[in-house]
Write a protein that binds this ligand. Structure first.
Ligand SMILES: *Cc1c(COP(=O)(O)O)cnc(C)c1O
Length: 427
């Protein structure tokens, strides 16, 4: 929880500048408490609206490290992983492999073997070549692979609206409209070492409306009914993906998760009733909405460069290497000077990173307190897709992750050193 007192910014009751003095800048600071509260909201809604026949999975690409896997596992979550690296991290954290769902549109044979050897709960198949590969490797290992299918339901979600498309243009999964998904299910049903456990869809990210989710859910239920009728294949599980929006800046107004789940579960249940099928076991995959608002990034202000009648650049000791989202998508963030937290935000800044790229910005037209070199600048809601997207461009070491548990900060991920930077270089 973010608060202000005596001119300073606090997170979970800890003064941000106390953390930066002890651990240095830049650093990611995460609230374990907020992560847990977010998990509990999903868990409670899953239990309430599906009578316990639902499980939230943490879409771990949002923030993957041993510590966070442990936290979400202890809240009863499963995990969605998309690579051998995420799977390895989840297993190292002691995650129950049965609760791991392995996604990805280009899994390698090594990754599939690694997943099957470790008994992951589901492999979410993306394409026909992969079905063949999973079946072959499962046969070699003398196991049956429980698979789900990544389906493109033909619903394209944008923030605040959605459009139905005849044929969706996406690299992920099997299309419904052209019969691709149906043919894939038929192919899989004929393979000895595959067990068709479920269907999956994920329509996008940072979505505020419920309509696209409802629309997708109905289409998916319809597909379950179709394969039951025409192929006699009973699909017991429906994964509705993630994508629930969070508040980055004023004007972002996500609904409480309970409301999403109430509306979507109504649609699922009524569609099942009208098609005469049982309500499947439901999975949801929140990523961003579990961790984004739990995290902030603290930087040191290095310089303030005012170009008359143009703009003012506020340079910080981090940037696109720890948060590439403005460079990638123009994502908006709110910021604040932690040691001037109670002064008015009347200074318009372009917050610039330290990399040799003019596009290395955290944001433009950001309203903050008048800054000066040495101040600590905090960017809010950086818990998702920041650390997990960080790079070593310009050989900048990745910042540490400081996790606050019950008001006590601790290092969850160490700051990278120059030694780490060259550890794979042949010297
Ligand atoms: C990214 C992703 C999610 C999570 O999306 P958020 O917007 O972070 O909630 C869930 N499922 C799949 C398959 C994804 O690729």
């Amino acid at each position: 929880m973010i608060s202000k007192k005596d001119g300073n910014l606090y997170i979970d009751g800890v003064k941000v500048t106390d953390i930066t003095e002890k651990y240095g800048t830049p650093c990611y600071i995460m609230s374990e408490d907020t992560i847990r509260q977010n998990c509990r909201k999903y868990k409670a809604a899953a239990d309430k609206y599906y009578d316990g026949r639902a499980l939230p999975l943490y879409a771990s690409k949002a923030f993957s490290c041993v510590d966070v896997y442990r936290t979400v596992a202890s809240e009863g979550f499963g995990a969605d992983v998309v690579s051998g690296g995420e799977l390895y991290t989840a297993l190292k954290a002691g995650f129950d492999p049965k609760k791991i769902y392995f996604h990805g549109n280009a899994k390698t044979e090594e990754e599939i073997k690694f997943a099957l050897e470790n008994g992951v709960g589901r492999i979410v198949a993306d394409n026909t070549e992969e079905l063949v590969t999973i079946d072959r490797i499962a046969k070699e290992l003398n196991v049956t692979a429980d698979i789900s299918f990544r389906i493109k339901p033909g619903v394209e979600a944008h923030t605040h609206n959605f459009v139905k498309t005849g044929q969706i243009d996406s690299k992920f999964g099997f299309a419904l409209e052209n019969g691709e998904a149906f043919a894939a299910v038929k192919t899989a049903s004929e393979k000895k070492n595959l067990n068709i456990a479920g269907f999956h869809c994920h329509i996008g990210s940072q979505i505020f409306d419920t309509e696209p989710f409802i629309h997708a859910a109905k289409i998916m239920v319809g597909f379950i009914a179709k394969v039951k009728k025409e192929l006699s294949v009973n699909v017991g599980e429906l994964n509705l993906g993630g994508g629930f929006g969070i508040k980055y800046v004023d004007g972002d107004n996500p609904k409480p998760y309970d409301e999403y789940m109430a509306e979507i579960s109504d649609a699922v249940k009524s569609e099942c009733a009208s098609l005469g099928i049982d309500v499947p076991f439901i999975l949801v995959e929140p990523g961003r909405s579990i961790v984004a608002e739990a995290g902030i990034t603290a930087y040191r202000v290095m310089s303030v460069k005012t170009i008359e009648n143009v703009r003012t650049y506020v340079a910080i000791d981090g940037g696109m290497t720890d948060n590439p989202r403005y460079a990638l998508y123009g994502s908006k963030y709110a910021a604040c000077i932690a040691n001037k937290a109670e002064l008015p935000c009347d200074f318009k800044a372009t917050v610039a990173g330290r990399c040799c790229e003019s596009g290395d910005l955290i944001g433009e037209n950001m309203m903050i307190q008048a800054p000066q070199a040495g101040d600590v600048l905090v960017v809010f809601a950086t818990g998702a897709y920041n650390y997990s997207m960080a790079s070593n461009y310009n050989r900048v070491p990745r910042p540490p992750v400081i996790m606050i548990t019950d008001g006590v900060p601790r290092v969850a991920v160490k700051r990278e050193t120059y030694e780490d930077i060259i550890k794979n270089d042949m010297i």
